[in-house]
Design a binder for this molecule. Structure first.
Ligand code: HSE
Length: 286
């Protein structure tokens, strides 16, 4: 199985927008024994969930994993693990679950459809949970040649911690601020309006509360925009900061800006240049 990294939220689209990035985790599975740690391994737990859902006895698997998506950094490592697990379980059972059922199951484990939908299906997606717990999702066609330049700090931030900092209620004006910009993001991507992306990713629902967890975040975002990025935001629950860029010169200049600003601030981390991908998680027959 292969599953891509994802970047959720895209600034204002908190919990409802995400896109898949061309960085892949790979899992090779073989029939194995039931082990005690099956419940703590997210891939095995997700594979087992498919067996439980269809009422089949879970056989156990042995896994060999190539984890390229760094854990707990806001790049969808959990969604990738869960996607691999549900695809493994489903493939071994002969495919009883369709795409919608896989999305629902994976999201019930992961919690965030804005990561799970682009991970399973690729591309940029709007995704949400209905009141009845089903995922509704739709692709967003991106009429721009975008590259994501990501600064991934060495220190990690668990999503649960980053969510715990968010307010439980927000002023109507802040809700309107985000609804307008999330809508603008979808319109700008679809229409190829790169000039709108900077405004579209401004947010009042999560980034202001999460930036204190990573004090270098604000100066890094500012450095990316000054270096010419079309837009820059905290990827998912952070702490990774991601800049959307167009063209090799812009990419090189933003990458340099991240690296030099991080060095000035004495912040350890790595810069990744990633294309967007239209491919979602998939099974590779061996
Ligand atoms: N939308 C979720 C959040 C994504 O921001 O908490 C978590 O990866």
């Amino acid at each position: 199985m292969r599953a891509p990294a994802t970047s959720a939220n895209l600034g204002a689209g908190f919990d409802c927008l995400g896109l898949a990035l061309d960085l892949w985790n790979e899992v090779v599975a073989a029939p194995g024994r039931l082990a005690e740690d099956d419940a703590s391994n997210l891939i095995l737990r997700s594979a087992r969930a498919v067996y439980v859902l269809v009422g089949a006895p879970y056989p156990g698997f042995e896994l060999r994993c190539e984890n390229r998506i760094i854990f707990n950094r806001g790049l969808g490592s959990s969604a990738a693990a869960i996607a691999c697990g549900v695809l493994l379980g489903n493939a071994c059972l002969g495919g009883p679950l369709d795409t919608n059922a896989l999305l629902d199951l994976a999201t019930s484990i992961e919690g965030h459809p804005d990561n799970v939908a682009p991970c399973l299906l690729g591309g940029a997606r709007v995704a949400l949970l209905t009141d009845t717990g089903h995922v509704l999702q739709s692709p967003v066609s991106v009429a721009l040649e975008l590259t994501a330049v990501c600064f991934v700090p060495e220190h990690n931030v668990p999503t649960a911690h980053a969510r715990g900092l968010l307010p439980t209620a927000v002023p109507l004006s802040d809700a309107v601020f985000n609804v307008a910009r999330a809508s603008l993001m979808v319109a700008a991507l679809t229409a190829g309006r790169s000039d709108l992306l900077a405004e579209a990713c401004r947010d009042r629902l999560h980034q202001p509360f999460r930036l204190p967890l990573f004090p270098a975040g604000a100066p890094l975002l500012e450095a990316a925009v000054q270096a010419g990025a079309l837009a820059a935001y905290i990827s998912g629950a952070g702490p990774t900061v991601l800049a959307l860029c167009q063209g090799a010169d812009q990419v090189a200049s933003v990458k340099h800006a991240f690296e030099t600003r991080a060095a000035d601030l004495d912040v350890a981390g790595s810069t990744f240049v990633l294309a967007l991908t239209q491919s979602g998680a998939h099974v590779v027959p061996t």
